[in-house]
Structure formats: C-alpha cells, structure tokens
Design a protein around this ligand. Structure first.
Ligand SMILES: C[S@@+](CC[C@H](N)C(=O)[O-])C[C@H]1O[C@@H](n2cnc3c(N)ncnc32)[C@H](O)[C@@H]1O
Length: 236
C-alpha cells in the first residue's frame, strides 16, 4: 500500500468513526450555518436545468445532494460506506430515491465516463483529498466542456479580530465539543488542522486554472469562514 493509499484509508476510517454523529455535530458546531452555505451553493449553480446531470463528490451523508435534488437529478459519490448508509436512509425517508443515486467511489478515480456531467459539486470534501490536483483533474475529466464546478470549503477569515476570535473557537472549542459528542479525539482535531493546511482562495483559484478550468471566481461566506469557488470546464 502506498503512502497515499494509507492516508486515504485513514480518512475513510475517520469519517466511518464519526458517521453516526456527523450531521448533529455539523449543525451544532456551525450554528446551522452549514445548511445556509449549501443552499447558497445551490442558488449560485447557474445553467443547471431539471434535465441536467449533477455529480456531488464526497457526498457524505448527502445533505448537499438532497438540496441539489430540488433542481435536478443527482448522483452522490463517496468512499466511506457508513456515511453513505446514512445518506441512503435520509434519501429514502424524504422519498427522493428517484432523484438521487448514491454510489461508492474514490474522488481520485471517479467511476464515470469522461464528459458525463453538466455540473460537479463538492462541499467540505476537497480538503480531505490525498492529492488535490489529481482530484481537480478528475472533476475536469467527468465534466462536459462548459460544465460547472462548485467547491464549498472552509477557509481562514481575513478580517483581523474576527479572525483571532474565530481561531480560538475553531482550534480549541470545536475539537473539545467534537470529542465530547463523538467520543473521538482525532477527527475534530483534524478539522482545524486540515483547514489551516489547505490552500487559500487565491491559490485554489490558480490550481483550478492549472487543472483545466476557466472563469474561476469565488465568494467568501460568513466573513471568510467558508468560500465558494465556481469554475467552468475549459473546452477540450
Ligand atoms: C466533511 S465530509 C463532507 C460531506 C458532505 N459533502 C457535507 O457537505 O457534509 C467529507 C467527505 O468526503 C469523503 N471523502 C474524503 N476523501 C474522499 C475520496 N478520496 N473519495 C471519496 N470520498 C472522499 C469522506 O468520506 C466524507 O464523507
């Protein structure tokens, strides 16, 4: 097993260990703002029609796929089965089985033919990829020319004072509350560490351009706690 495979396995096991508490902690730690951010992503996804095919990568427990399904049919893919079990239960209980298909798969080797989607979305997923560039190239591969990519990810707030206050919350309170509720130390320590080590908005934009995207733009959400990058698949 390569180092990359080992890291992927660790990420998979980490999400498996918190899957039953994932939604609760998400909404609690973000004061429910995560729902608003996903709704905004869906609202900004232009050119998506009822007949469009949308792929939600790193779909996890399916919250974004469920929101997207109001616009069009969605395929959700993730490599963590316990997260997908929860996604499938939620989809069934909302009677959305005819709108959302959930499948297991690795974001770095997506099980789809080239050019098969009109849009690809990823919420809080790219930060976890073992090889970000390979992931972005894979998103470009499965998108048709002109198709849209939307990436929602945590970032580091730019506004002084707010940034310092937020860092105290994110680096200390989030791991403590996460540990108390999930019973796990690692995952909620990993959360701030992975955000702190992730490219900022400008660097991610540059990387997107290098990986086959054009018209790259981003919006900061909630004073820069999160950012939404939108980009179009450049012509082949
Ligand atoms: C923080 S959760 C985000 C879930 C969901 N998108 C949301 O908005 O709540 C990250 C998800 O990415 C998945 N993931 C991480 N790396 C992956 C990879 N290489 N391939 C597929 N899924 C991956 C994890 O299994 C996990 O479900």
């Amino acid at each position: 097993m390569t180092e990359i495979d080992k890291r992927a396995r660790r990420i998979q096991e980490m999400f498996a260990s918190i899957a039953p508490r994932y939604d609760l902690l998400n909404h609690l730690l973000s004061f429910n703002i995560d729902r608003l951010w996903r709704r905004r992503l869906v609202g900004r996804l232009q050119g998506v029609r009822p007949s469009s095919r949308v792929l939600d990568v790193c779909t996890g427990t399916g919250d974004l796929a469920i929101q997207l399904s109001r616009k069009c049919a969605v395929v959700g893919v993730d490599f963590c089965q316990p997260m997908l079990v929860i996604a499938r239960d939620k989809i069934r209980s909302r009677r959305l089985c005819d709108r959302i298909a959930i499948t297991g798969g690795d974001a770095l080797r997506l099980p789809f033919r080239g050019g098969s989607f009109d849009a690809v979305t990823v919420a809080f997923g790219v930060r976890n990829l073992e090889n970000l560039e390979q992931g972005l190239q894979e998103f470009a591969r499965v998108l048709r020319s002109g198709g849209v990519l939307a990436i929602l990810e945590f970032t580091r707030p730019a506004v002084p004072i707010f940034r310092e206050l937020f860092q105290v919350y994110f680096n200390h309170w989030v791991p403590a509350v996460g540990r108390a509720i999930s019973g796990r130390e690692g995952p909620y320590r990993y959360l701030p560490d992975s955000v702190n080590g992730f490219p900022d908005q400008e660097r991610l934009s540059t990387l997107l351009e290098r990986c086959g995207f054009c018209e790259v733009r981003y919006d900061n959400f909630s004073a820069g706690i999160a950012a939404l990058h939108l980009a179009s698949r450049a012509g082949r």
